[in-house]
Structure formats: C-alpha cells, structure tokens
Design a binder for this molecule. Structure first.
Ligand code: LLP
Length: 429
C-alpha cells in the first residue's frame, strides 16, 4: 500500500503535487506520506489482534522527529540502538518506557542514560554486556530490565549485509547458551530483572519461511524461560520485506498487496497467519520491531537531472542526488524504482542514473530502461522512506537534503536543508 499516484501526468503524494513541492523546497528532497505510514502500522496491528502484541518501530529506519511523533501518537513503541535514538524518541514526545534498546556495543554512557530515563528493556547481545549492565546497575543502585537476544542460526535468505540470524553473524547469543545464561543471571547478577527474550534474523525478508523456522525453533525456549524465570515478553524482531520493484508500473493502487511476481510475495496477512498460531499459546506479550515495513514505501527521494552525457558505452543521466543521499544501491545493490515526476515522455531510453559524487559506485540505476529524461527534469526514487535519509552523509561536503511530510492535501517541512554553515558546525581552526 502506498500513496504515490499520477494525477494529470504529475506524480502526487496523497493530495500534494510533487513538482510543486520540489520547486518550493528544492532538490534533492525526501517526501513522506503520513497516511502510508499509519496504514502500514494499523494493518500490522490489526493482523496481530489475536495476540497481546506491541509494535516497536525500529527507529534506525527513519528517525525524523516528526515521523517518530506520528507513530508515538498512534501508540507505537520504539526499538532503539543508541543513546541518540533514545534522545530522539524523547524529543518527539515518547518516553524510555516505550523503548527496547538493542545493539552489540552499548556504551557506559548509553546504559546509564537509558537507566536514568527508565528504559523498558535492554536487549542484550553478549554475556560480557549482561555483566556490564549488571555492574552499572549495581553502582547506580537500580535494577535493569533485560532480555537476551538469541541467535537462532536460521538463514534469512536476504542480502548478506542485512542477515543477522546465523551463528557467523555478530548478533545475539548462540541458542545453545541461552538457558545457561538465564540461570547464571538469575543466580549471580542481582541487579538484573529478566524481562524477556528477543530475536531478529535479518532485514528485507521476502518469504515467510525463515520467520516460521526461527519462531518455531525459539518458541519452546521462550516457554521454558517463562516457566523458570517468569519472563514477560518474546520479541520476534523486524525484517518484513517490502516491494522495491514495479512500484508504480502496474498502475495498481495496492500493488504492494498483490503478490505480483516481481514484488515481495510476503504480505502482512501471510506473516501474521503463519506466526500467530505458534505465538498465541505462549501467553507472552509478543513484541515486533518493524522498520522498513512501516516507512519504506512511504518515502520518495526527488532529484533533478542536471546533465545528460552520451558516451560510447553508456548514456548517463546525472542527478543532483547521490550516494550520500541514498546509499542503498551502492551498499546493498539495492533496487529503487525510478520514475519521472512529470510523466511526459513516450520514448524510452537505456541509461545509468548517477550522482555527482566522485565514486564510480555513485549510481541509482545501471543500464535501466526508463522514460527518456531531459536535463532539468525531476525524477523520484521510490521506496526510499526506510534507510534513506538516516544513512545519508556529508561525503564530498554536500549538504543533507530537506525532508517533507505530507498529510492529505497539506505538507510540512520536517527538516530543513543543511547549509554550508551546518557543514562546518563544531569544527575549529
Ligand atoms: N530489529 C533489529 C534488532 C534490527 O537490527 C533491525 C534492522 C530491525 C529490527 C528492523 O528491521 P526492518 O524491519 O527494518 O527490516 N540499512 C539496511 C537495513 C539494515 C537493517 C538493520 N537492522 C538496508 O537499507 O537495507
């Protein structure tokens, strides 16, 4: 489901004309649809209505304050991976009580900050970290709520950089050690409360099988830990994949739900119908940590074609956005559908869409057949709402793009474009 449609040949986000927005705010420009974000959240929540469930939005996917506020107002919890993300959640109107804190390298400063704010739970990723949290809690004379992240050793069948549930990945603790560690913690580590069990096998999963395999493997363990240690929740992580291809090509309103060959075959409903029967009998609170599913298809990156260059081997369309604005193609060979904002051309052309950055990896598409683009035209990189702006950098001393949130016929600038002054802020001669 998404809210990007052509009206009279111009791409709109909900009721807002994207050409107008790009002229008003300049390019490169991230635009998000509030309605799409809320729809995804609500659809997931309603598919899980038979469970005592909590949806903790993975802040790493999109941490703009206004997006966090939108989800906070809707009742979402948050999955965070740094003190900075906790700070953002609080600034957006949320509380630490709504946050679970994951990540393999939590620092003393982050642990103390989270404890002082009253974090709901730390998802612990090593025995050393478990002991460190206990030590800090002892010093502060508090009890730290913890869950241990189990690595179920299941192949998520996704890109190797975003696969996390195999023993060779740095994440979580091997399945075999978990029961022993809960025993040790309950006997020796007096400043901990064993509140839950967590897992996350990877991101952008396009089939339900690995989720089922992992949950089937870990559910009996969760049951045992509930009986022995009275844990309260089982978090099954995030990872539900979205469609990156054929986003608008089909012209369907709800291409995302259609099970098209080129789209992800995994729907929210399939995910829920396979997992709920395994999870419900546990009688535990079930937590999820979706990021991409909620915001991925809700965002577009708009860029202007600055120049065309016809070479002997290739035709290049050089955009004003680059890998510093959206790094997914360069880093994960990620595919983003590229569409003209003004749909005027009847002719197609095979082009490379590249950015201005001094790297050959700075491209959005290679040898892709697209409607013929002219200099000065605007294009949209679809499905850029997750892991888009949050991974942007100032490489080549380029300013970060602006972000806009659309809701129905209105829009709001939710992050200003950086200035040259912003670039050197904090530096000293
Ligand atoms: N929970 C944990 C513990 C995670 O590590 C992640 C993502 C999530 C939840 C959310 O996963 P999601 O539902 O969004 O798939 N930058 C990469 C994706 C990195 C994912 C990292 N962990 C990309 O652009 O594809």
């Amino acid at each position: 489901m998404h809210d990007f449609h052509y009206h009279d040949g111009t791409l709109h986000c909900e009721g807002v004309n994207l050409t107008d927005l790009a002229i008003q705010h300049g390019t490169p420009l991230y635009v998000y649809s509030a309605n799409t974000i809320l729809e995804h959240y609500r659809r997931l929540s309603s598919a899980l209505s038979d469970l005592d469930h909590h949806i903790a939005f993975a802040v790493k996917a999109n941490s703009n304050l206004s997006i966090l506020k939108l989800l906070n107002d809707e009742g979402a919890d948050f999955d965070i991976v740094s003190g900075g993300e906790l700070f953002r959640v609080i600034r957006a109107g949320g509380t630490a009580k709504k946050c679970t804190f994951a990540g393999v390298g939590k620092t003393r400063e982050e642990i103390e900050y989270s404890l002082n704010e009253g974090i709901y739970c730390f998802n612990v990723e090593s025995e050393a970290e478990l002991r460190f949290i206990n030590k800090i809690s002892n010093e502060l004379n508090v009890i730290a709520p913890v869950a241990i992240r189990v690595n179920p050793n299941v192949d998520a069948k996704t890109h190797k950089y975003i696969s996390t549930g195999k023993s060779e990945n740095k994440f979580g603790i091997d399945f075999e050690f978990i029961e022993g560690l809960y025993e040790t913690a309950s006997k020796e580590l007096k400043n901990l409360e064993l509140r839950g069990l967590q897992m996350h096998i990877g991101s952008q999963l396009s089939e339900v099988k690995p989720f089922v395999e992992a949950v089937q493997r870990v559910a009996p363990l969760a049951q045992k830990l509930k009986q022995k240690h009275d844990i309260k929740f089982f978090s099954i992580g995030g990872g539900i994949g979205i469609a990156y291809e054929d986003a608008l090509a089909s012209g369907k309103d709800s291409w995302w739900q259609e099970n098209d060959q080129n789209n992800t075959p995994l729907t929210i409903e399939e995910y829920a119908s396979e997992l709920v029967p395994i999870l419900a009998p546990l009688g535990l609170k079930i937590m999820l940590e979706p990021g991409r599913l909620i915001v991925g298809n809700a965002g577009i990156l708009i860029s202007e074609i600055l120049y065309k260059k016809v070479g002997t081997a290739k035709t290049f369309a050089i955009a004003d956005a680059g890998m510093g604005d959206l790094i997914r193609p360069a880093l994960y060979q990620g595919h983003h559908e590229i569409v003209p904002i003004q749909n005027t051309s009847n002719e197609n052309e095979t082009v490379d869409i590249v950015g201005p950055i001094c790297e050959s990896g700075d491209f959005f598409a290679q040898d892709r057949e697209l409607p013929k683009l002219e200099e000065g035209e605007m294009i949209g990189m679809l499905s850029s709402g997750a892991y888009g702006f949050v991974m942007a950098s100032n490489y080549n001393s380029r300013t970060l793009p602006a972000e806009v949130l659309v809701s129905d016929k209105t829009h709001k600038l939710i992050r200003k474009r950086q200035t040259y002054e912003d670039l050197i802020n904090g530096e000293d001669l």
